[in-house]
Design a protein around this ligand. Structure first.
Ligand SMILES: [Zn+2]
Length: 382
């Protein structure tokens, strides 16, 4: 019986293929129209509504990014970050709210929380109260940064990772209230390598500028795999938590490794912020694999850049004037668009060698550039 059904089915498939090829030859113009409709071009860049889901705008000077984003048809997500001794998170919150009020409909913001009292009684309640207040002020998610695992220590002087039980009530609170967590946890794998062995120039520049974070220089610190393991264990403990792994979930070096996590954790997505060069690097030797990864996981990937005025490429180029910053942002956004939408040969500052764009179908581009972010952060739905 099964075989008969299979025979009928394959017969129907042949009829369908014949019919569709007839209609194509019969009407080549509409066939051509379909193939044009299937992909965007470089020229479509300004016309397509897009979201950059990973930006850091912390002061009024940085609103140049906002102006350029509007010109390039980007809305964006502005992420607060907690660093001990950094800009106080209350100030970041206040500024983020003002930015939303000043540019209504153009941006949304994500809060974070302080780790300063991690070892004191009442820290969890303090954090949950802060998150509640942030959400009532319009925050659409919470961000944690790599200082968890890099610098945070417990009362015994041991490094604390994200799977530490003290985070659990906070993560439970987020899961229960459907508040997404964006996690920059661990670091790109290149950080554990000497400069000359790193795969992309951006990581080399960052390691030179931040030797305290260059893991290769600190062999007493945990291995790369320990960070990935801690993040994975945290996700195992909190399966209903909506989690966005910033920077390709620190698995930027291998689409295969990333695919394993996306398969294992259905509520995990990733943003591509400041790691697109790693995807480009992988296309040098495995273009098809990277392309197919995007097709298969098209619902789980969101576009982001990590643009900010303190970004390494801006600092290295010595760009300070607003026009220069705008031009830089435009070039970055347009270069990524070219990589994802066309199959043109490309060279970029962060990668040695020539590679070809991924030419992803229009419907995939719309997902990674807009609708996936809208799904995670409904505030963006118009
Ligand atoms: Zn960032």
């Amino acid at each position: 019986m099964k075989n008969v059904l299979r025979f009928i089915f394959s017969g129907l498939q042949i009829v369908f293929v014949l019919l569709s090829s007839c209609s194509n030859t019969g009407n080549s113009e509409s066939g051509l129209q379909d193939s044009i409709m299937e992909f965007y071009t470089l020229d479509d860049f300004p016309a397509v509504a897009k979201i950059d889901a990973h930006l850091h705008i912390q002061n009024y000077a940085d609103t140049v990014f906002v102006n350029q984003a509007a010109r390039d048809n980007f809305r964006f997500l502005n992420l607060n970050v907690f660093k001990s001794g950094g800009k106080p998170i209350e100030e970041q919150q206040k500024f983020s709210r003002e930015l939303v009020d000043s540019f209504p409909g153009r941006n949304a913001w994500v809060t974070t929380f302080s780790l300063d009292n991690f070892n004191k009684a009442g820290w969890q309640e303090e954090v949950i109260a802060y998150i509640k207040k942030s959400v009532s002020n319009g925050a659409v998610g919470v961000k944690v940064w790599k200082n968890i695992g890099f610098f945070l220590k417990d009362e015994n002087g041991q490094l604390v990772m994200i799977d530490h039980p003290r985070f659990d009530p906070i993560l439970d609170y987020l899961a229960k209230n459907h508040i997404p967590l964006i996690g920059h946890l661990g670091e790109h794998k290149n950080s554990w390598l000497p400069l000359e062995k790193m795969t992309v120039n951006g990581n080399r520049d960052y390691a030179r500028a931040h030797p305290e974070e260059h893991m290769y220089l600190h062999p007493e610190r945990p291995y790369y795999e320990e960070y990935i393991g801690a993040r994975d264990r945290m996700l195992e403990k909190h399966p209903s938590l909506v989690f966005i792994g910033a920077h390709l979930g620190s698995l930027e070096w291998s689409v295969d490794e990333l695919a394993k996590r996306l398969d294992k954790f259905p509520n995990m997505s990733v943003d591509m912020a400041e790691r697109i060069s790693h995807l480009q690097y992988q296309t040098l030797t495995a273009w098809q694999k990277v392309h197919d990864f995007f097709i298969k996981y098209q619902d789980r990937i969101i576009y982001g850049t990590d643009l900010r005025s303190s970004a390494m490429d801006i600092v290295n180029k010595g760009i300070k004037d607003p026009e220069g910053i705008k031009k830089h942002a435009h070039e970055v956004w347009l270069r990524h668009w070219k990589f994802f939408t066309t199959d043109q040969k490309m060279r970029v500052p962060k990668v040695e060698g020539e590679f070809k764009g991924l030419k992803l179908p229009r419907k995939v581009i719309d997902k990674i550039y807009r609708t996936n972010a809208e799904g995670l952060f409904p505030v963006f739905v118009k």
